[in-house]
Design a protein around this ligand. Structure first.
Ligand code: NAG
Length: 249
């Protein structure tokens, strides 16, 4: 009796040591700041949406690039003809396209299977539309737990949160956004990694031109998240597909 119990315990111990996959999955790195000095990563969540061209044009005019954390089915469906054109434009202009997952759920409330679905559907859209597999993702609301980190790691993506938030999605007036921004750059940080949203007119047309002019004057380089970390934006690239009836939300 006792010896058979001992054998079982030893067998279990051996199994865990010999099969590392039975241990906890590795957790994705959580990034909240750029690592390259003098860089600012301006990021835009919740698109693709109607302000993509305006933001892109303003960034390029200032010699900068931005990063879009895209949803599949949030403010708009990623597969509309307009959104497909917007994403191709952003990719062609050298902005970074990353994942904000499919429906803007609080990922901390989902099961592993639900998480894989939320991740996969945006990856599939990015592969189909612009031929890229993202290397970075931002969880909606910035909310994650170890299950989310495990799934992100399995899918080869790092989690990217931020160290500066304008407050746009919480309806902070543009004057308040400018005030918190002035306060932040007044501290002369080595780098800035923002949270902003593509979906607000005030962000695209008022806050952004103001912030970019100040950043330029202060000598910051406005780069993608991948560039501000010295990393690749995509795990791999492929030939984009052609829209058919399976491209739907
Ligand atoms: C997300 O869900 C977690 C777990 O239920 C909760 O603690 C957290 O407050 C939620 N976050 C948001 C933004 O709703």
């Amino acid at each position: 009796m006792l010896s058979s119990l001992l054998v079982s315990v030893l067998a279990l111990a051996f199994t865990v040591v010999a099969h590392p996959q039975l241990r906890a999955a590795p957790l994705a790195q959580v990034i909240t700041a750029c690592t390259k000095p003098n860089t600012v990563a301006l990021t835009f969540d919740d698109g693709p949406f109607v302000y993509a061209y305006d933001i892109s044009k303003a960034l390029l005019a200032a010699g900068g690039k931005g990063t879009w954390f895209l949803n599949g089915d949030n403010w708009d469906c990623i597969y509309t003809d307009d959104n497909i054109k917007r994403m191709k434009h952003l990719k062609d202009k050298g902005h970074q396209l990353a994942s904000h997952t499919w429906t803007h759920h609080n990922l901390s409330t989902l099961t592993r299977d639900q998480l894989h679905d939320e991740f996969w559907r945006v990856e599939q859209a990015l592969q189909r539309i612009v031929g890229v597999q993202p290397a970075h993702m931002r969880p909606p609301f910035g909310a994650y737990n170890d299950v989310v980190r495990g799934v992100a790691s399995e899918r080869g993506q790092k989690i990217v949160n931020w160290d500066f938030y304008t407050g746009d999605a919480d309806e902070a007036p543009v004057s308040e956004q400018k005030r918190v921004f002035d306060e932040a750059i007044g501290k002369k940080p080595s780098s800035i990694l923002t949270l902003m949203h593509e979906t607000y007119l005030g962000t695209a047309h008022e806050f952004l031109p103001y912030a970019m002019q100040k950043l330029k004057a202060a000598g910051y380089q406005m780069v993608t998240v991948a560039e501000c970390l010295g990393e690749e934006p995509y795990q791999w690239t492929t030939t984009p597909g052609t829209k058919d009836s399976s491209w739907k939300c």
